[in-house]
Write a protein that binds this ligand. Structure first.
Ligand code: UDP
Ligand code: MG
Length: 342
């Protein structure tokens, strides 16, 4: 059992020369394919002739992913591994990778080779030409099933419209300059993150490189429908207050409806035939009732988010490390800027 301890930042550690490129690979139950993915990505980087490191984050896998990562780290000096204490989700794994990365630029990509490493040379070219955030955007989703495509379209379309950021065809396959990484890691204190949106939100010179989604190299997709719904909720809530405006709109619509029905009732009363109208009454009650509950739900979602952020729990906990100078665990917190200081 590894003790959780906070690394004392006052003792300087001898750091080797930082590599040019760090690649962050979040992995959840990727035991079957992770070693192959590491070899392929490293091969492409060698061909590009850049010094590199690979940071593989084991996001609470239940298979032998960690053993594979540890072996790879023992064999190759450029592989470094982090193991979460449990499954914290891909967003947390990306954050952990970005924090640990030392490269002058960091590439984030899936560990299942669905983000083809062949796009890396093109991304490096954009970076050398001055882009500080390079998005790899999906050219087509021909390998996804119809349902997956419909789901992605609905998801990205909704957030693009509500959050006023362009997420159509967006993916987590990106290259970030050190400046962009520092901003994402140090300057954005939020704990619930939506990497895809934040990478756009920060601005700086951005560029896009198209890629075709490859079929999964091994294993199966890890997203449940519920997982996607949660991601979508986080995305919408963290980027826009638009749903709250929907509450106001619902209220206005109900008011208009009330005025019409009320007017009609008044006229009936004046004419002396006010008894009929049970159906209207029933519908009115039901509609207003549902509107109120939906509105409460929306407001509640925001309050829940505020509560989550306020608790200030770390986004992840690291249990083990491999290939780091000190292989002790860390709490994942010590480098987070305190929101109550300064
Ligand atoms: N992943 C993760 N934590 C999770 C779920 C997924 O780190 O809780 C990783 C997974 O290992 C993979 C990437 O995120 O490297 C994308 O996951 P997946 O291939 O299941 O999703 P899709 O390709 O459908 O987007
Ligand atoms: Mg995948």
């Amino acid at each position: 059992m590894v003790q959780l301890e906070v690394v004392d930042s006052s003792t300087p550690r001898v750091q080797p020369e930082p590599p040019t490129i760090s690649v962050v690979l979040p992995a959840h139950n990727e035991g079957e394919g992770i070693r192959h993915a590491i070899e392929v990505v490293a091969g492409v980087l060698r061909q590009c002739n850049v010094s590199h490191e690979l940071i593989v984050v084991d996001d609470g896998s239940r298979d032998d992913t960690w053993e594979q990562i540890r072996e790879a780290a023992a064999r190759h000096g450029y592989v470094r591994g982090l193991r979460f204490s449990r499954n914290f989700g891909k967003e947390a794994a990306l954050l952990a990778g970005l924090r640990a990365a030392r490269g002058k630029a960091v590439i984030t990509m899936d560990a299942d080779l669905q983000h083809p490493p062949s796009a890396i040379p093109e991304m490096l070219k954009c970076w050398r030409e001055g882009a500080m955030v390079v998005h790899a955007v999906k050219r087509d989703r021909s390998t996804d099933s119809f349902m997956q495509r419909a789901r992605a379209k609905l998801f990205n379309g909704l957030i693009s419209r509500l959050g006023r950021i362009d997420l159509e065809s967006a993916s987590d396959y990106k290259l970030l300059d050190r400046t962009a990484v520092e901003v994402l890691v140090e300057r954005l204190p939020e704990r619930e993150r939506f990497f895809r949106g934040l990478a756009q939100w920060i601005g700086f010179p951005q560029a896009s490189v198209p890629f075709s989604v490859a079929p999964r190299a091994a294993g199966t997709g890890k997203w449940s429908l519920l997982g996607l719904v949660n991601l979508a909720t986080t995305a919408v809530l963290s980027f826009t207050g638009a749903p709250l405006r929907l509450v106001t709109i619902l209220g206005s619509v109900t008011l208009l409806f009330a005025a019409i029905v009320g007017g009609e009732a008044l006229v009936s009363w004046v004419r002396g035939n006010a008894a009929a109208g049970f159906l209207t009454l029933e519908f009115t009650l039901l509609i207003i009732g549902s509107f109120i509950m939906i509105s409460l739900g929306i407001v509640g979602e925001y309050i829940a988010k505020i509560y989550e952020e306020l608790k200030g729990r770390p986004s992840f906990l690291v249990h083990e490390r491999a290939g780091f100078e000190d292989e002790a665990a860390e709490t994942g917190r010590e480098r987070e800027p305190s929101r109550f200081a300064g």
